[in-house]
Design a protein around this ligand. Structure first.
Ligand code: SF4
Length: 340
């Protein structure tokens, strides 16, 4: 019997982006020994926020993640000190939402593995599953971006469409995807002028961060002038939640497109290796390897020095899947399923 091929949203994205990159990542199953900063940042903040939303101690988890981060990077390569950025953003996230969070958190890291076409399954982990009305559920995505994305990007997004599709396949009543977006930037702090007075220059920050820094400067935040200044800060420039309702037409059409890609991957994975040379190469983690091939250089030493078997490949497929299922302790109540 032919083995079922399993693909994730990131494999689909990678296939659409560049077949050569797909070959490195999903056929050769290699990754750079030193990963680019941007990948760790989004993943870490996602994990601490999820832990908080589950009602657990995010600080305990952060201690573990931070130790791992420090052990895997040199000080010189820490573009932004994540050891400061992640806890600061998590604290600000909590301050922004603790009194106004209207979600009922049903599950996190919700794993699925479902057939999309014969011979190909889609697998993935939903960041969070929440309910807003007690009757239907929503897929919730936690993302960290330097610039807030457009509504079009959030609406025509293969990941959210796939995750909604997965929930529907499992029989749930799906309302929407909620995008929980965090700006990937250190919030600014209050400063004093050379005369020792509070500087009123424009600062890109939050209420929480400004209050904290004003206190650190020894200023009295109950002073009417300082209080008035503090009141000009909110959370809108750092945290943004956008609900995109489930749209049957968009979903049906995008799933049809994804099915076509799944067929292509099934037929041509490991065969097609066209290089899609373009602006995306600037951020590609396989650039050195790919460019060396173009220059006709023997890539064996580059492979040995700069790349390694990916973490994903090391954890044997079956093991990884079993562990993901095991880890998934959250069960979405049956009351959220359709009657039929
Ligand atoms: S550098 Fe460009 S062409 Fe080469 S694998 Fe990466 S994205 Fe593809």
């Amino acid at each position: 019997m032919k083995k079922t091929k399993r693909v994730s949203n990131s494999e689909i994205q990678c296939w659409m982006q560049c077949k050569q990159k797909h070959f490195y990542q999903f056929v050769m199953k290699i990754e750079p020994k030193r990963k680019l900063f941007v990948f760790d940042r989004g993943d870490m903040i996602g994990q601490t926020v999820q832990e908080y939303n589950k009602g657990k101690s995010w600080k305990k988890l952060w201690k573990k993640l931070d130790a791992e981060y420090k052990s895997k990077t040199f000080i010189e390569e820490r573009e932004t000190d994540l050891s400061v950025l992640i806890p600061t953003l998590t604290e600000n996230y909590i301050a922004a939402y603790e009194d106004i969070d209207e979600f009922n958190y049903l599950a996190s890291e919700f794993y699925f593995d479902l057939q999309i076409i014969p011979g190909v399954n889609i697998e993935g982990n939903l960041d969070e599953v929440v309910s807003l009305d007690g009757k239907t559920i929503s897929n919730k995505e936690i993302k960290c971006y330097s610039v807030f994305p457009s509504i079009a990007f959030l609406t025509f997004n293969t990941q959210s469409i796939l995750y909604e599709w997965a929930l529907l396949q499992m029989g749930y009543k799906v309302k929407s995807t909620v995008w929980d977006i965090i700006k990937a930037k250190m919030p600014g702090e209050a400063k004093l002028t050379t005369k020792g007075l509070l500087s009123k220059s424009k600062v890109d920050s939050t209420y929480f961060q400004m209050e904290k820094s004003l206190k650190k400067l020894g200023l009295d935040i109950t002073d009417p002038e300082i209080a008035e200044y503090l009141e000009t800060f909110g959370y809108e420039s750092y945290f943004y939640r956008q609900e995109i309702p489930h749209n049957k037409t968009v979903s049906r059409n995008l799933i049809e497109e994804i099915k076509k890609i799944a067929i292509e991957i099934k037929m041509y994975s490991g065969i097609k290796k066209e290089k899609a040379i373009g602006y995306q190469c600037g951020r590609c983690e396989f650039r050195n390897l790919c460019q060396s091939e173009l220059q006709g250089v023997n890539t064996r030493s580059i492979l040995a020095i700069e790349y390694q078997e990916s973490e994903y490949a090391k954890r044997k497929d079956l093991n990884r899947r079993e562990k993901a299922k095991e880890k998934q302790k959250d069960v979405i109540p049956k009351s959220f399923k359709s009657k039929k």
